[in-house]
Each structure stands twice: as C-alpha cells, then as structure tokens.
Design a binder for this molecule. Structure first.
Ligand SMILES: NC(=O)c1ccc[n+]([C@@H]2O[C@H](COP(=O)([O-])OP(=O)(O)OC[C@H]3O[C@@H](n4cnc5c(N)ncnc54)[C@H](OP(=O)(O)O)[C@@H]3O)[C@@H](O)[C@H]2O)c1
Length: 398
C-alpha cells in the first residue's frame, strides 16, 4: 500500500485524536465509547461492575473504581502479600502494590535482579527475603517466577502453603498443565489468577500515569468463599484498570496461542515472507522494509489500534481498498489451518512440553541466544535498524 493512500486517513485520525484528548486517560472507555457503548449505554457510569455488549455478546467487566483505596486496604489489612520474582511482572506488580499502600514483601534469589530490587527500595530482612522465606511469611503468595522455575521450586514451596493462604499466578500455565508441572495445590487454599494483558513494564508505566492496564482474572479454587472478591481487589492492587473474568484454561490457551500467532510468531512469519518476495523481485532492502514493517508499525497499526480495521478499510484509497478486500481471504484461508494446528498443539500440551523441556536445560540461554541472533542478523531487521535511524525523531542522533 502506498503511503500516499493514507495521508487523508492520517489527517482525519489526527483530528479525531485531538478532539478525543480528554478521554485519553481512559483508553478502554474511549474505545468503547466510539463503538457500541454510544448507543447501548447512553447513561454509562464509570463506577461499578458492568455488563457490556462485545460485538453481540454480553460480558461482565470489573473496574478499578469497584475497589477504591480504602476497600483495597481493608481487604488486605490482615495479609502479607509475598511477591515471588522480580522479573518484568514481579517488579511491575510489586511496585504497584507497594505504592498502593498494602503490606507487600518480595521474594527474590540473590544476584543481579536482587541488587536491582535493593536499588528500588526493597530492604533485605525487612521486605526482601529469600524465596522460601517469603512464601512462609506470605498469606497471599504471588508466584511471578519464570514458568519453568515454578515447576522446579514447587516441591519446596508446597508445604509452606498452609490452610487459608492464597496462591496467585499471572498465567494459567503451571496449574492447567499440572500433568507436566506436577503443581497440584493443597485443597484448603485459594488459587487465583490475574493476568495483565501486556508486559510488566506497561503494568508499571500505566499505573504511574494514573491509568491501568487491562487484565483477566480467574478463580481455580475457592477455599475461603471470598476468592473472587479478593482476586478482583488484587487485580486492582497490582495495577489493572479493567478486569475480565476467565478461567485458568482459557487464559493459558489464548495466551500461548496469541503469542505464537498474531502477536509474535505469525507476524514475524508474514513480515519475513513479504520482505523476501519483494527482495526476490528486485526491490531494495529499504523499500522492502518500508513497505512491510515501517508503514505498518508507524502509520497503519496505531490507527487500527485506535479505530479498528473496519475504519482502516473505509479510510484508505479505493485502490488500496479493492486490493485489500480481494486479498484478505486468500491470506485467511492459507493461515487458518496453521492457526488450527497451533491451537491443537497448545491444548494437547505439546507447546508446554517443548517450553518446559527447552527452558529448563542448563544451556538454554546460550541456545536461545543462537536462535535470537539468527533473527537479529537477518537482513530485514538489519535494514530496519537503518530505517529507524532515519525517523524524524531520531534524525541527527547518530
Ligand atoms: N499475563 C501476562 O500478560 C503476562 C505477561 C508476562 C508474564 N506473565 C507471567 O508472569 C510470570 C512471571 O513472568 P516474567 O516474565 O515477569 O518473569 P520471568 O522473566 O519469566 O521470570 C523472572 C523471575 O524468575 C526468577 N527465576 C528464574 N529462574 C530462576 C531460578 N532458577 N532460580 C530462582 N529464580 C529464578 C528470576 O530471578 P533472576 O532474575 O535472578 O533470574 C526472576 O525473579 C510468568 O508466569 C509469566 O508467564 C504474564
């Protein structure tokens, strides 16, 4: 698609964004307002749980204002929340909880990450402990260790999960694939999940900006009878703005499927295939990259995120429209069998087996690095480095 085709679309979108600015602090409400909500909920309230119509299906959404600060503090007044792991999720969620004023401690092994935690205000012996110490002290144990290590530490952790405690995950992985992880929690504890829909860096950044990331939540085991209410409160405490109810199974299936599909694997495959065809037909690396990645990420995808693909189709040149209308089906038909194969591989546990096997090998970092280097050194992404340097905001930096 020629960039020219989108000049008008960009102008329209920029104008719309300017007028929509007051809504920007509530991106989801803003997005919803532009579509179904406008007619479906004329007197929409910004507080309280609500049932919304998602393209014809009613779903319940919980939001941050369901759990004001006082309620959050009251809910966990007798708890010690132990966050295990200071990776992207552990860090984002632990810092948000701490800023929200709840009693939170951190469990982290010594090393580089531990030092980072100290630099960020965690104090050894006060609110920073070795992993199993933190499990012992915590009444809510938030397992944000790597999925592979969750399996490894489980035999030592399990006896410390005494009756009445809550075990929390941000992924259904360890529980759903229990045949492989052997993580089977005691019956007398709550087992819950809050999965922010994005990286831990975004969890933290949106919280600091006074916004909140979308997240899903699920209750696997409700020994206390209060698991759902407490999970929603935890979700708000860790920095989500809106919470959608799911199950452990649905969360893990959709998450593994999505990241292997359109979020990462499929998109890399499509970028690479289109780039190769352009190069094989004599296009220069810069032209092939611009027409494959740069225009997509810098112009079209942000607009699709903001306003939808339907809007994009309606706001491009008629030439682009004709071609995109004719060609989406062949791409759909070619890729659907691959998506079906992928879903099956997620559901039957093959993806988990592979991930646990590969990521628990002693030399997994080196092997991974080799594969990542192959992508990093491929022509498309090397061409991309140069194209990015020429973006207006980077001009003159090198
Ligand atoms: N729903 C979502 O959107 C979402 C997004 C991302 C992650 N998650 C989930 O959140 C959880 C945490 O993910 P993450 O990406 O933040 O973390 P990660 O990078 O996978 O794991 C990081 C933590 O695990 C520790 N760890 C790893 N191997 C260890 C070992 N052998 N011994 C002791 N500690 C070890 C790390 O300590 P060191 O730093 O010392 O190695 C670090 O604290 C996972 O369950 C993941 O699937 C969910």
């Amino acid at each position: 698609m020629a960039s020219r085709a989108f000049t008008t679309a960009l102008r329209t979108a920029a104008a719309a964004t300017r007028t929509a600015r007051p809504m920007m602090a509530r991106p989801m409400v803003s997005a919803l307002k532009q579509s179904t909500l406008k007619t479906a909920m004329p007197a929409m309230q910004y507080r309280g749980m609500k049932t919304l119509n998602f393209g014809g299906t009613e779903e319940t959404v919980y939001e941050r204002s369901d759990v004001p600060k006082e309620k959050l503090l009251e809910t966990f007044k007798d708890d010690t929340i132990a966050v295990l792991g200071y990776g992207p999720q552990g860090r984002g969620q632990a810092l948000n909880l701490r800023d929200n004023g709840v009693n939170v401690i951190l469990g982290q092994r010594e090393g580089k990450t531990y030092q980072q935690a100290i630099e960020e205000g965690w104090v050894p012996g006060k609110n920073l402990f070795p992993l199993l110490d933190a499990v012992e002290r915590g009444t809510v144990v938030m397992n944000l260790l790597s999925d592979a290590y969750q399996k490894e530490i489980w035999p030592e952790m399990k006896p410390l999960l005494t009756p009445g405690k809550t075990l929390y995950f941000s992924h259904g992985f360890s529980i759903v694939y229990k045949d492989q992880t052997e993580i089977i929690p005691p019956k007398d504890i709550d087992v819950v999940l809050v999965a922010p829909k994005g990286s831990g860096f975004t969890v933290r950044r949106l919280f600091q900006e006074g916004r909140g990331i979308n997240g899903s939540f699920a209750v696997y085991q409700d020994a206390s009878g209060k698991a759902k209410e407490r999970t929603i409160a935890l979700g708000v405490g860790v920095g989500t703005g809106y919470l959608y109810e799911t199950t452990f199974e649905k969360e893990v299936y959709s998450d593994l499927f999505g990241e292997r599909g359109v979020l990462m694997g499929a998109i890399q495959g499509l970028f690479q295939a289109q780039y190769e065809v352009l190069r094989a037909n004599g296009h220069s690396p810069s032209e092939a990259f611009n027409e494959t990645v740069e225009e997509a990420t810098q112009s079209l995808y942000p607009l699709i995120g903001e306003r939808g693909m339907d809007w994009m189709y309606s706001n491009c040149s008629t030439t682009a429209q004709r071609g995109a209308l004719d060609w989406w089906r062949p791409f759909h038909d070619a890729s659907k069998p691959v998506f079906e194969q992928l879903y099956q591989s997620v559901r039957d546990g093959s993806e988990t087996a592979r991930s646990l096997d590969r990521n628990s090998q002693a030399d997994y970092r080196e092997k991974l690095e080799e594969e990542l280097r192959e992508i990093r050194e491929s022509e498309i992404w090397r061409a991309g480095q140069t194209v990015r340097q020429l973006r207006p905001e980077n001009a003159g930096k090198n």
